[in-house]
Write a protein that binds this ligand. Structure first.
Ligand SMILES: NC(=O)c1ccc[n+]([C@@H]2O[C@H](COP(=O)([O-])OP(=O)(O)OC[C@H]3O[C@@H](n4cnc5c(N)ncnc54)[C@H](OP(=O)(O)O)[C@@H]3O)[C@@H](O)[C@H]2O)c1
Length: 468
């Protein structure tokens, strides 16, 4: 399998893609073929800091560190003690938190009790985006925040991974939700269902609102949390995501007569199953705004590290277009195909040498047609002289890199005699199905799947409205 090893703590360049043996499974484990990996700030914090790596591994830092906690994929194998999952099941989960989740790999082992079945409403990328952020939001809003119907809840970084789930969960519970972020994220936050939006860059948030019942503070700053305490009603509840700040804020909590609760998310298939239920019922949905290929995983981390990500950032594994197993036709290749048919409509022969390779082959060749671009120019000239109002309409270009199929139609009303066929003054339409090979941006071969021209020449009649 392929995996990213953390060579040592530091920047994204310390993430090294390697090939290593696919791990075996224990009795209660499943082997997952990875489809998507959600990227979270903790991934970056652990990458950067040996202290945090030590904390998360309880001081037992393994020789080979593979980061990543969120995963979505397909069960490949199950241990003997696993009853809830079978090979082929689509699953997702937050793995081994606290500990190392090892999800930055194309195969991942997981304790089956930490997984849930992927809701059909989510594709793999959306599923990979969900576990850590949604489970943290659940703990913050439901387990610790005890948010109730009609309460006023302030959610900081409502545009972030945790915040955007917290807004949706609090709204589901019937709360009045105020979300903070910078102005560019206002629409995003309001569309999640928030009742009010505060642009924290305009002026301090505490100057922009009345007292609230609950604050969910996702910002990694004691100073920020102290400001959050100042906007709580007496008896209000603060939930914060950095439990180690507890001693630094305790005195202010007491003075303000509010409670404070620090959340640290733990792996739990049961909690994820609760969230899956909300997803299935349509109350909560992850919003993914950036998707990277497996080769681009370090760039995905950089996007989260910027602190400016909206919603979730996800790495899609085995994404053919990104991984290069099968590359899609490029936009340039598609344009070249359109230009090929455009020569018939525009009668611009200067374009031909740009579109066709010097040894372009037309299969089969029209009777008397010379090979290569010269022959094509001649063909177009003869055609457009015989059919002065000829139009070729391309309906569809499809295929993979350097191989394109085309569905098009050619229509005309008037023709002069052409290769022995009688002139016509009826509107006629001929279906075209062709295949092209391209190399270095030029067509190298064109196949006429239905050799309509030879057919016409043999039967001596034009097909009417596409019947060949
Ligand atoms: N304790 C736990 O179990 C746990 C679990 C998950 C996450 N966390 C922690 O929770 C924090 C948030 O995680 P996340 O995944 O939500 O992060 P994230 O997705 O990276 O957050 C990015 C968002 O935060 C907003 N933001 C940044 N500074 C802000 C400010 N001062 N006020 C309001 N919004 C601000 C940004 O909006 P703008 O670009 O508009 O500023 C951006 O949309 C991280 O520190 C993470 O480590 C803890």
């Amino acid at each position: 399998m392929e995996a990213y090893l953390l060579a040592q703590n530091g920047g994204i360049e310390k993430l090294k893609k390697v090939t290593m043996p696919t791990p075996g499974i224990q009795t209660n484990e499943v082997l997952i073929k990875t489809k998507a990996i959600g990227i979270n700030p903790i991934d970056i914090q652990v990458r950067n800091s040996k202290d945090i790596l030590g904390m998360i591994t309880h001081g037992n830092i393994p020789q080979q560190v593979v980061l990543g906690w969120d995963v979505a994929g397909v069960v490949e194998q199950t241990g003997e003690g696993v009853n809830d999952f079978k090979p082929g099941d689509e699953v997702y989960g937050l793995l081994n938190m606290p500990g190392l989740g090892n999800t930055y790999a194309t195969y991942v082992t997981a304790d089956a009790r930490q997984l849930a079945h992927k809701p059909a409403a989510l594709d793999f990328v959306a599923a990979g985006a969900t576990p850590m952020a949604a489970m943290t939001a659940w703990q913050a809003v439901v387990t610790r925040g005890h948010v109730k119907h009609g309460e006023k809840v302030l959610i900081h970084a409502a545009s972030g991974g945790v915040g955007h789930f917290a807004v949706q969960i609090a709204k589901y519970l019937g709360a009045y939700v105020i979300g903070t972020a910078s102005a560019k994220n206002k629409n995003f936050v309001m569309e999640l269902g928030a009742d009010e939006f505060i642009d924290y860059t305009e002026k301090p948030f505490e100057k922009q609102l009345q007292k609230v019942d609950v604050v969910i503070d996702t910002i990694n700053s004691v100073e920020h949390i102290l400001r959050s305490i100042s906007v709580l009603k007496k008896g209000g509840r603060l939930v914060y995501l950095q439990p180690h700040f507890q001693s630094a804020i305790e005195a202010q909590l007491l003075a303000a007569e509010v409670s404070g609760s620090g959340v640290f998310v733990n792996s739990s298939g049961e909690v994820l199953a609760e969230i899956s239920k909300l997803i299935r019922e349509g109350h909560v949905l992850p919003k993914v705004t950036q998707v990277f290929g497996f080769n681009e995983l370090p760039q995905a981390q950089a996007a989260v590290e910027s602190g400016r990500a909206t919603g979730k950032v996800v790495v899609s594994v085995n994404d053919h277009t990104k991984e290069g197993f099968i590359k899609a036709l490029t936009q340039e290749e598609i344009n070249t195909i359109y230009d090929f048919y455009g020569v018939f409509s525009k009668r611009d022969y200067n374009e031909v040498d740009r579109i066709l390779a010097p040894d372009w082959k037309d299969i089969p060749l029209a009777p008397g047609q010379v090979e290569g671009p010269t022959g094509f120019k001649e063909l177009v000239r003869n055609f457009t002289t015989a059919f002065p109002d000829l139009i070729i309409k391309v309906h569809e270009v499809f295929g993979t890199h350097e191989r394109a199929g085309v569905r098009a139609e050619m229509s005309f009303t008037h023709s002069s005699e052409f290769m022995g066929m009688a002139p016509t003054h009826k509107k006629l339409t001929v279906a075209i199905h062709e295949f092209h090979y391209l190399k270095d941006g030029k067509l190298t071969t064109t196949w006429h799947l239905e050799d309509w021209l030879s057919m016409l020449l043999q039967t001596g009649t034009w097909p009417v409205n596409g019947q060949q």
